[in-house]
Design a protein. Sequence first.
Lengths: 189, 586
Amino acid sequence: MVKSLLMSGIGGQGTILMSKILSEGLIRQGYDVKMCEIHGMAQRGGSVTTQIKFGDKAYSPIIGTGEADVLVAFEKTEAARYIGSLKKDGTLIVNDLEIYSLPVLTGAATYPEHIEKELQTKVKNMHLLNANQIAAELGNAKAQNMVLMGVCIKALGLENFDWPAIIREFLPQKLHELSIKAYEKGLAS
Amino acid sequence: MKKLMTGNEALARGAYEAGCHIAAGYPGTPSTEILENLATYQEVYSQWSPNEKVAMEVAAGASATGSRAIVTMKVVGLNVAMDPLMTASYLGVRGGLVVVVADDPGCNSSQTEQDNRLIAQFAKIPLVEPSDSQECKDYIKAAFEISEKFDVPVLLRMTTRVCHSKSTVELCDRVDVPVVPYQKTDKYCSSPAAARVNHARLEKMLPMLEEYACTCPLNRIEWGNKSLGIITSGISYQHAKEVFGEKASYLKLGLTHRVPRDLIRTFCEQVDSVCVIEENEPYLENVVRLMGIECTGKDKLPTLYELSPEILRHCLLGEKAVPACTIDAKLPPRPPVLCAGCPHRSMFYAVSTMKDNAVSANDIGCYTLGMVPPLNVTDTIFCMGGGISAGLGIERSLRLSGQKKKVFGFIGDSTFFHSGITSLMDAVWNKSNIAICILDNRTTAMTGHQENPGTGKTLMGDPTLVIDIKTLVLACGVPEDHVRTVGAYDLPAVMAAAEEAVASEGVFVIINKQPCALIKSVLKERAAMKCSINPDKCKKCKACMKIGCPAVILKNGVVSIDRASCNGCSLCAQMCRFDAIEKEGM
């Protein structure tokens, strides 16, 4: 049995760090893990994804159409862009955040209004939350990734594990308290 | 001890464990982190070189004098390193020499999708292809041994998914391999007479290499159901295992040049049908077919882009994946763009105002993004250095045909050191009439901020001399009154320099200097610098949007500036004629 997790977002939002922490925690719990990130030019404000597969034995790192058990989208249109990857009855976690790409900023393209509503009508298991705002209230909007990680861990039913210990290993000490609080907020939401 | 590692990290670890002494390379996605990780092991001397050819020569020289050496580069980097590689193949090694190339099926961040496995065949050298992180570590060790055993460099071919996927790796200790003491020899001197002998040596070696490939543990058979036999290598093996599992048998190849024909024959004789699964070129398949063995391969699988389990299911099993959910809303594209506060922006804006009166040759790096609207400046992008040299051809072509346009060449600092200097010499020597913009952001930015000859630091963190670009430009013969150094955030100065370039005759060089906005120290220094729009003064003329900064946001007809991404570069403020953009923290 292999589970697939897809994270989609925009370069700089912290998808890769979240994937690293998740992968390390999964390894410690005895799973075989394949994690894949594509970076390079996409870092410059482009759309980015990271993928994690875990189970008894994970082979290919690539998640195909209709294969993701959980899709964590760090931005609303990035949820819609990768929705085809989500499994039937899979869980969609959406950060209620709009980030405009340059074509939108220059008026060459339009940002779709209320895309979250269309997603809600089509996806049964959807968590919509403003992780940025939750993290900002805790002191730094950048901890949005830890909020989303909490929601994701809950959705996977993996909360009975010392995730804060892994967070501490991956982040500098000054961010421990904020990140763990953000993770816990996500877990509770 | 087990550790989760990317292929790049594992490869570096393997080189360290294998007792590698010297490592060189040039940054390029997806290969960059191999050398960055190797540099963390103090036992291995690691360096960035100005380009892949130089790095290849450094490694070849180190090997010739008895050190185990590795050189790393991205897919197109091997094109630059081809000259020394071909000769190194003839001359052989003393310490093991491994050439690591990271191919990029799917062109995630490369300008070609070339399958460099064909280069191993062309250069007549062994080829090794790992399929996950553990194999990256194990195969690099094997590669050093194969190199020494057959007295040739080994090509180790990674692909993006192998480089950037993480899986678990069992760590071992380093084995200290002594440097073979150097004794004077003419073995490493290439001359036509020696080349004839060396070519014969290679031809004699190849059958022995093939015999070895038939029995070496890098090539193995995994028996499952014998109705289908899959021949595969690299990441394609992982996709095949996921799709076919126990329903097929596998000939999993790790040492793929020479292709082990006896082993293939043995395998194929015991299965009912044969399928070759590989990305891009039909490299293995051509050999299988030449052996007279019927197989499925590129008749069903694509040559383009990377493979995936989904593609295998579709092409080989006829199973089309259907998304469980689709969205009706039209999604705006999200292409990569020059970052908020990017120092490259001002020079591109200056040239964008010249519209069709300017023709621009661009280069490989973040400044490639100067082609993106609304800046829309770029007519050609060939390769590293092409930002200058293609511009020379453009300028000559326009001049000969009487088309009056100003030609601009764009190049970055690391790229100028990589292969722009010879192009500049050409420009001066052959009396070109080009304006060359060297966008000096004090780092190698696109690949994640590596040191270069202009930054004053080596890969291993040692302070070193700074090679000054202006001094180089002057030394190449550009007259001092044809060189301008401008601060990239000083828009009037950048515009004035561009105008001067247009008015000038001969080679004109503008050095646009400002560190990359994403360098950690710059982020810290500029953290409090912000621009904001005073809505009372804003006339909504949108002049500030012409620079294409992603921090300047237009929503419901109102322009605002995103505080989080703004770094106070103030280009937008300099665009505003109504003094509506306020600066703080500066």
